[in-house]
Design a protein around this ligand. Structure first.
Ligand code: TXA
Ligand code: MG
Length: 346
């Protein structure tokens, strides 16, 4: 299959994307978080094609993007005791990078979308191109991140193109995304707490203004169920990646002198001996977490393509957006590399 990478600002681009979607096809679209691989959410055949194109296992459910907030109760049932919270969350964050899990209407939302779960993940994208396409299409779109399963999420159309070339007909290019990380996912608990299943642009601190917040899976046994795609091996570069403390990063490490090591630094206001690293990527010169989040996946991709033996990443402060960045870095480290072990710093 030939894949067309089409600038989103080209006249007719959105209409063309909507036409592919209406025919049950797949289109890569920009969102404000990462690029998504979209298909008609209520057409099981179209949804199945998403799993095929991504090599994604069918047990990993998809987020459904709504054309607008008014679509929520067409696809989901909001429990009476959660109506107030859902209203406040959607008012504050939709359109935007917050995904909410709610009981689905099984007669509308196909089993395949939720991997059989009674809950469906819903959000409304704020990206103007996404909104234009979904507006023209006129119905909800299922869209996971537009990478092959387990790999780094794309933050440009070109990244998505390199992931899915030959597997999808159309990629709309609208430049780098504004958040750079996938949406925050929350489940609502009976007791009224919000459970954050994936850290993202809407931080714990921000959510705490809306009620009690807890973090992580409900219980170990339920872990694979509550956010099935959250396994440790996600966001993985092919090159081995280690997270090291700042001091080790700054000192460099002689044990690795014979190897080509790349550094993913958080800031650049220290004296890092340039000779220690074959390649340096700085997430934010001033140590700004927002800028670091926006640049993270592209920096990982560049390091992964630099022919290195090892990528060393330094931790960022684990508060606010830093929590989401550390989450992605840990998963990248866990899934990284296929070759043998590399010695740690001596
Ligand atoms: O920002 C985003 O959320 C991007 C853009 C494209 O919208 N999408 C995205 O989708 O990151 P994906 O499929 O790469 O990640 C969605 C995560 C997966 O870990 C999946 O397991 C979880 O959401 N998820 C989806 N539906 C679920 C459900 N019904 N119950 C529990 N977890 C769900
Ligand atoms: Mg993903």
């Amino acid at each position: 299959m030939e894949t067309i990478l089409l600038p989103a600002e080209q006249p007719g681009a959105s209409k063309r994307a909507a036409a592919v979607l209406a025919a049950g096809g797949l289109v890569v679209l920009p969102t404000e978080t990462v690029y998504g691989l979209a298909a008609d959410a209520v057409n099981p055949l179209a949804v199945a094609a998403i799993f095929q194109a991504k090599d994604r296992p069918f047990f990993d459910p998809l987020i459904v993007h709504l054309p607008g907030v008014d679509w929520l109760e067409r696809l989901a049932v909001v429990p009476r005791n959660q109506q107030d919270l859902v209203e406040r969350l959607t008012f504050a964050f939709w359109p935007g990078p917050l995904t909410i899990l709610l009981p689905r209407r099984p007669e509308i939302v196909p089993d395949l979308v939720t991997a059989g779960s009674p809950l469906v993940a819903l959000r409304v994208s704020a990206h103007p191109v996404f909104r234009e396409v979904i507006g023209a299409f006129g119905s909800p779109l299922a869209a996971p991140s537009a990478n092959r399963f387990g790999r780094i999420s794309p933050t440009t159309g070109a990244h998505a193109f390199s992931e899915l070339q030959g597997r999808v007909p159309l990629v709309l290019e609208a430049g780098p995304t504004v958040h750079g990380l996938e949406s925050t996912i929350v489940a609502l608990q009976d007791g009224g707490e919000m459970r954050v299943l994936r850290h993202g642009p809407v931080t714990l601190e921000t959510l705490a203004a809306f009620g009690p917040v807890v973090s992580g899976a409900a219980e170990p046994a339920a872990e694979s169920r509550s956010a099935p795609g959250q396994d440790a091996g996600h966001y993985a570069p092919g090159t081995p990646l280690m997270i090291l403390p700042e001091a080790a990063v700054v000192d460099g490490f002689p044990a690795l002198a014979q190897r080509r090591v790349g550094l993913l630094a958080f800031r650049n206001d220290r004296d890092i001996p340039p000779s220690s690293y074959a390649r340096l990527e700085v997430l934010s010169a001033t140590g700004d977490l927002r800028e670091a989040a926006v640049r993270l996946f592209a920096a990982l991709r560049r390091l992964d393509e630099a022919g290195l033996d090892l990528i060393v990443a330094e931790p960022v402060p684990a508060t606010g957006l830093g929590r989401a960045i550390m989450d992605r870095l840990r998963r990248a480290a866990a899934g990284s590399g296929t070759s043998g072990k590399i010695a740690g710093p001596s």
